[in-house]
Design a protein around this ligand. Structure first.
Ligand SMILES: *Cc1c(COP(=O)(O)O)cnc(C)c1O
Length: 324
């Protein structure tokens, strides 16, 4: 988050620093209550993790064994395949179309071995999303003994009316878990705080599998304060929307292919891997660091995050210079 993080989170950390001799609350009660109050959901059905990455790992430890199959969408977040690998499960990637996950392609990959389906929505690194209607259509096709994991790390950035993080599904069904993070819009990536919401039987299983003190006191204190600072979240969302639109327009007007994004970054597809690398070098020479995404099998693309106003203007200027 180019705007940093909530000032009240910093105050909460400073206060929590005075009690470093005590163990953290292993039940994360106050953090779960803050999340529960913010979203109007049952605190007993919330699990907190050392980043949402840890929630994925705990899900894997609890539910995956060698021979099982995990499905993700092509270009799905790299953490999913690592979770499958750890458990000796196989990760199958369903093809996308125009960088958008395809429900029918995911459904085609389902077999009796399918135990988990991971969907990042909005997706990293593409920035694209599926409507709630599409997510519901996917869920209808998921077998009852498989878990649909809706990874909504960028939910707070997605303003579209047809988008939903999936809380309703996780509230209603026995096999849906929605995950969220404090690493993105809340700007607390360094502290590693994530959470998940799901049916009681899954949350209970995950709580038995996780480490007893998986979140430290500073993270818990900051998370509570950040969750209550809705003003900071709203400000971050507005800043992102303004610059996401502006940067997307500027790149498109200069002839670049920008994948339509609802997240806090854009994915740009260049004509070749060479051009992507040259553009990346040019940005570096202008003190801008983009993300190469060859590890996602996207060697022709660069992912560029929305920055501060100063950084964004520098990016647009550098892009136009490269064009010449
Ligand atoms: C950043 C990100 C996460 C969050 O990871 P944390 O472990 O909570 O920091 C999860 N999923 C996706 C798709 C992400 O991009």
């Amino acid at each position: 988050n180019p705007l940093g993080f909530s000032k009240s989170a910093l105050e909460a950390i400073n206060k929590a620093c005075l009690k470093l001799n005590a163990y953290p609350d292993g039940g994360h009660i106050e953090l779960r209550e803050a999340i529960s109050a913010r979203f109007g959901i049952d605190a007993n059905r919330i699990i907190c993790g050392n980043g949402s990455d840890e929630i994925f790992q705990i899900l894997g430890r609890a539910y995956l064994k060698p021979g099982d199959e995990v499905i993700q969408s092509e270009y799905g977040f790299l953490a999913y395949s690592l979770v499958a690998q750890h458990q000796g499960a196989k990760c199958i990637s369903a093809p996308t179309k125009d960088y958008v996950a395809q429900v029918d392609a995911i459904i085609s990959c389902i077999s009796e071995k399918t135990k988990m389906i991971f969907l990042d929505n909005p997706s990293n690194p593409t920035g694209t999303y599926l409507s709630f209607e599409e997510i519901q259509r996917l869920h209808k096709a998921v077998p009852s003994n498989a878990i649909l994991v809706l990874d909504a790390a960028y939910a707070e950035y997605a303003n579209n009316n047809d988008y939903s993080a999936g809380l309703e599904l996780a509230a209603q069904f026995d096999n849906v878990v929605m995950t969220r993070t404090f690493s993105k819009i809340h700007g607390l990536a360094a502290l590693r705080i994530g959470w998940g919401y799901g049916p009681q039987h899954i949350i209970d299983a995950l709580n038995r599998v996780r480490d007893p003190f998986n979140l430290n006191s500073l993270a818990i204190a900051a998370g509570i304060a950040a969750m209550q600072d809705t003003e900071f979240v709203a400000k971050s969302n507005s800043h992102n929307k303004l610059w996401l639109d502006k940067i997307s327009e500027e790149f498109t007007a200069s002839g670049y292919k920008v994948i339509p994004s609802v997240a806090n970054f854009i994915l740009v597809e260049f004509v070749s891997e060479n051009q992507a690398n040259d553009f990346d070098e040019h940005l570096k020479a202008n003190a801008i660091i983009a993300r190469k995404v060859a590890s996602y099998n996207l060697p022709k693309c660069l992912r560029i995050s929305i920055g501060t106003e100063e950084a964004n203007l520098l990016l647009i200027k550098a892009m136009k210079e490269f064009q010449k």
